[in-house]
Design a protein. Structure first.
Length: 563
């Protein structure tokens, strides 16, 4: 069994919280929030943030809000809202009655924007988007003031109200904060607070035609919800001064923003824009394709919420960017499934095997262990007969010296059953193998007196008469390169898509215990890997997805490649 992880030290966010609690800051409260934008499905990077925000609230007897950042209706949809809620619940977290939306605060945000205009700290600008970028400057060159920056307060108030009333065309005006166009932090060079956008909102409909930008929404929403520790990924570190400026300028409750390194996983992309591109271009079958790094994709593939939470705990929380090897995630999945997944036998690429000296018509029930990691799982009976299926990979006519599976003239033990010997190979006219003719040792039955004779190999099998037909989808990594963005000049990241990321086997044979099994269950096919019953599986057409192999096959592949 896998040894449990050693107790870990507090991460830097936990240290901050404990120091705050000792000092009596926030009155000992811990209030976090998870603020997804409903413009796509959540992925493994979001899982880390979910586990962190909800996990901290659980650890410190606090609360975590679910707040949707629905400020860009052009890209948002109720479908994404529903999927996000389903993913969070599946991971094992609950936000109680605190399902919130940035759109809940549109009236208050508008009022605060008016307050900043009245204080001379915001103005309506008529520069185009391209002109705004030109005026902004660069990292090495200061920006320059908009010609509309010094409009009188009354004119700005009038124009902003008319923007809200729908009097102006989309993109023709923005409301901008008046900070400093020469500031070294580009985010403080008069950032846009509102833009005109005539798009029906999934919650507010056509009530608004102006929408606040994320930076103007984020801190104020945190303030309204009395968030104590506003936890963001590192790309928002340079936005923190703007977060602070808005809270201070409005003189409102001011949460503390803390940044941590986002999850970067090898062989994976987590850009929602690019994941959407893979979906719409047909490179995958949807957001929940088992090759996708989305939570719904991992769920459909057979990953467990426990394994994902363990993975997020294992990789920790850091202040600096790093890339986590995909094997760390896959090993977390293996470890949990090894503990909980029932064992069965499945032959993915069948070869017919006939035991000539086994009585015709006889059927024995062999006793098989359901899970050696869990004694309470008990045993099951597996029918054994004269005609079996074994896997093509378990037979070689001409075998290398250290090949311990079945070969012509060689012996092997059938799992839970007898020792057999391959006597002959029957072939089709094209030279392919039609069936193997074997003999068995009737005194070698597993678990019976006299079964002590040893052979070096053991293989799995399925009785042909009792086998259940199934389709098995062998999913692999979606990209062939550790860094999918590692491309030659002029090339697109999609050149690194793995052409072998899905192999479908349609003639698989499984033991009869799997007949009619319902979707959502996961099993270990002994000696093969872990397989999950797909959502589209039906009693008359079973479909299994390979969740993960028993071992890291990519480590072997990479070693061979280096040689």
């Amino acid at each position: 069994m896998t040894e449990p992880d050693a107790p870990r030290k507090l991460n830097f966010i936990e240290q901050i919280i404990e120091q705050d609690n000792e000092a009596g800051k926030w009155d000992g409260r811990v209030q976090t929030r998870f603020p997804p934008e409903p413009n796509g499905y959540l992925h493994i990077g979001h899982a880390k943030s979910i586990c962190l925000n909800f996990g901290l609230a659980e650890k410190y007897n606090g609360r975590c809000n679910l707040r949707f950042d629905d400020t860009n209706p052009a890209k948002e949809d109720q479908e994404y809202v529903d999927s996000i809620k389903a993913d969070i619940r599946w991971l094992g977290f609950d936000w109680g009655d605190r399902e919130l939306f940035a759109s809940d605060y549109f009236d208050q945000l508008y009022a605060w924007a008016v307050q900043l205009i009245q204080a001379g700290q915001a103005y309506v600008c008529e520069l185009t988007a391209e002109q705004t970028r030109e005026y902004r400057g660069t990292l090495t060159e200061p920006g320059k003031n908009s010609p509309f920056r010094d409009r009188p307060v009354e004119e700005n108030l009038d124009l902003f109200q008319r923007m809200k009333a729908g009097e102006f065309a989309d993109g023709s005006r923005t409301l901008r904060a008046k900070i400093e166009m020469t500031h070294p932090n580009l985010n403080l060079r008069d950032p846009v607070m509102y833009r005109i956008l005539r798009v029906v909102h999934h919650r507010t409909g056509e009530q608004w035609c102006i929408y606040p930008m994320y930076d103007f929404t984020h801190g104020q929403s945190d303030s309204l919800e009395r968030v104590t520790h506003s936890i963001c990924t590192l790309e928002f570190e340079n936005h923190r001064p703007l977060y602070d400026w808005y809270c201070d300028s409005l003189d409102i409750y001011h949460p503390q923003q803390i940044e941590f390194a986002r999850l970067n996983l090898s062989f994976t992309i987590t850009s929602k824009r690019k994941l959407l591109e893979l979906v719409t271009s047909g490179h995958v079958r949807g957001w929940d394709d088992p090759r996708m790094p989305t939570i719904s994709g991992m769920r459909r593939r057979g990953y467990t919420p426990e394994s994902i939470r363990q993975f997020c705990e294992r990789i920790g929380v850091a202040k600096f960017h790093s890339v986590i090897d995909m094997t760390v995630l896959e090993n977390s999945v293996r470890e949990h499934l090894n503990q909980v997944a029932p064992r069965v036998m499945g032959v993915l690429r069948p070869i017919k095997l006939v035991i000539d000296n086994y009585p015709e018509g006889q059927v024995e029930e062999m006793v098989a262990v359901n899970n050696p990691e869990d004694e309470s799982a008990g045993t099951r009976q597996v029918p054994f007969s004269r005609v079996l299926y074994i896997d093509q990979e378990d037979f070689r006519e001409e075998a290398p010296r250290k090949y311990f599976r079945l070969k012509r003239g060689g012996e092997v033990r059938l799992r839970y059953a007898y020792i057999i010997k391959c006597e002959d190979v029957i072939k089709n006219e094209d030279g392919s193998i039609r069936e193997l003719r074997c003999s068995y040792d009737p005194d070698s039955k597993s678990g019976m007196p006299g079964a002590g004779r040893k052979v070096k190999g053991t293989i799995h099998w399925v009785s042909a008469e009792h086998a259940v037909d199934a389709e098995v989808r062998l999913y692999d990594r979606l990209f062939v390169k550790e860094n999918p963005y590692d491309v030659a000049e002029g090339e697109d990241y999609k050149v690194n898509l793995n052409p072998a990321s899905l192999e479908t086997l349609s003639a698989c044979k499984l033991e009869p215990a799997l007949a009619g099994v319902g979707s959502g269950r996961t099993f270990q096919f002994e000696r093969v890997g872990y397989f999950h019953v797909d959502a589209d599986s039906r009693a008359e057409h079973l479909i299994f997805n390979r969740t993960v192999s028993l071992r890291d096959s990519w480590a072997k592949f990479e070693t061979r490649s280096k040689k």
